[in-house]
Design a protein around this ligand. Structure first.
Ligand code: F6R
Length: 331
């Protein structure tokens, strides 16, 4: 499983090799990025990057559900992302998007969505099949960013992606070593995990939670300041258990973020919770988000190894995917 994360450099290279296609002629009112789990997380990254891009005119919304918001219609752009191509919630979204006549782009490696999009002539990007969906994050995210750049709706340019490739080559070894260190600390502490961070890094916390859930098989709480300081902070006054440890993710270039996080850490320290820190590397937000996600992804795999657990297996998701067929029915 580690090799899938170490393969992110190849995922970037593959994305670059097809950059420029497909290209759409559209000025969308809203861009909706849809999908579930490891595929759904792509939307969180794109929405974060769009929100930070100066002068970007297109609102990006993330839909992790089986229904499109009512306001999505003919003038909008919808990315339908499912690694397997078969996730039922995402197939419902796809059907709704087609029914409403929304410009739709599919990103998948296989399954129903690949076949149906190909059959209908709907633009789609086929990503490398045969790996765990969550580890294909970079290829799926860059597929969507490629379509946007190729359609004059640029959030991330080809040059940024070339820089990302070089950045990953330089930092991969470091990221791996840091991940091993973090996993060992989490394992030794053997307490419930909180991932704490400051805005606009919530996507790293969300993705990190999912990674520790799926790879290490543990529940995780997320604390993101400054919103944290308006609710969670009170919850920490009298928790039912004090058995917590904190993984704090920070951007050293964000002065206010660092100060907000420092305050947060004083509360955890007062409680006696051990704190493990990740300082993000990178010269822009894309690199920082990818770096943080890589370190946490690898750390979650290493924690599984330390616990003698198979990081790849997600038995409960398979169980749910059987059950949901009854609940949602065929789209
Ligand atoms: C498995 C994983 C899951 C899936 C989710 C949706 O690696 O990460 O969260 O991503 O069950 O399935 P797909 O991605 O195939 O639509």
């Amino acid at each position: 499983m580690e090799e899938y994360y170490l393969g992110w450099i190849e995922q970037v290279e593959k994305s670059l090799s097809r950059w420029g296609e497909p290209s759409l002629i559209i000025t969308p009112r809203v861009i909706a990025v849809t999908g579930m789990g490891g595929s759904g997380c792509v939307g969180d990254y794109i929405a974060t990057l769009a929100g930070l891009k100066h002068g970007y005119r297109y609102p990006v919304i993330v839909v992790k559900n089986y229904r499109l918001p009512s306001y999505i219609g003919g003038n909008d752009l919808v990315f339908v992302i499912s690694y397997s191509g078969n996730t039922l919630e995402t197939r419902h979204i796809y059907r709704e998007a087609l029914e409403r006549g929304v410009e739709t782009v599919v990103i998948t490696s296989n399954g129903f969505l690949e076949e149906d999009a190909a059959g209908r002539g709907i633009p789609y990007i086929k990503v490398t099949p045969g790996i765990a969906p969550r580890t294909a994050l970079l290829e799926m995210m860059l597929a969507a960013l490629n379509v946007l750049d190729s359609s004059n709706l640029t959030i991330v340019s080809k040059e940024d992606v070339i820089k990302l490739k070089n950045f990953l080559k330089e930092t991969m070894r470091d990221a791996y070593n840091l991940a091993v260190e973090i996993a060992e600390k989490i394992y030794r502490n053997s307490k419930n995990l909180v991932i704490a961070t400051h805005s606009p890094l919530e996507v790293i916390a969300i993705r990190g939670k999912n990674e520790f859930n799926e790879n290490s098989k543990i529940p995780v709480k997320i604390d993101v300041t400054p919103e944290w300081a308006h609710n969670d902070i009170v919850g920490w006054e009298k928790p039912l258990t004090t058995d917590w440890q904190v993984l704090a993710v920070k951007d050293p270039d964000d002065t206010r973020g660092m100060k907000l996080l420092e305050f947060m850490e004083t509360i955890y320290r007062d409680k006696g919770f051990p704190i493990i820190e990740i300082e993000l590397k990178g010269s822009n937000m894309l690199e920082k988000l990818v770096y943080g996600s890589l370190v946490i992804g690898l750390a979650s795999v290493k924690l599984a190894r330390l616990r003698g657990i198979d990081p790849l297996k997600t038995t409960s998701i398979t169980r749910y995917k059987e059950a949901v067929k009854e609940i949602l029915g065929e789209p």
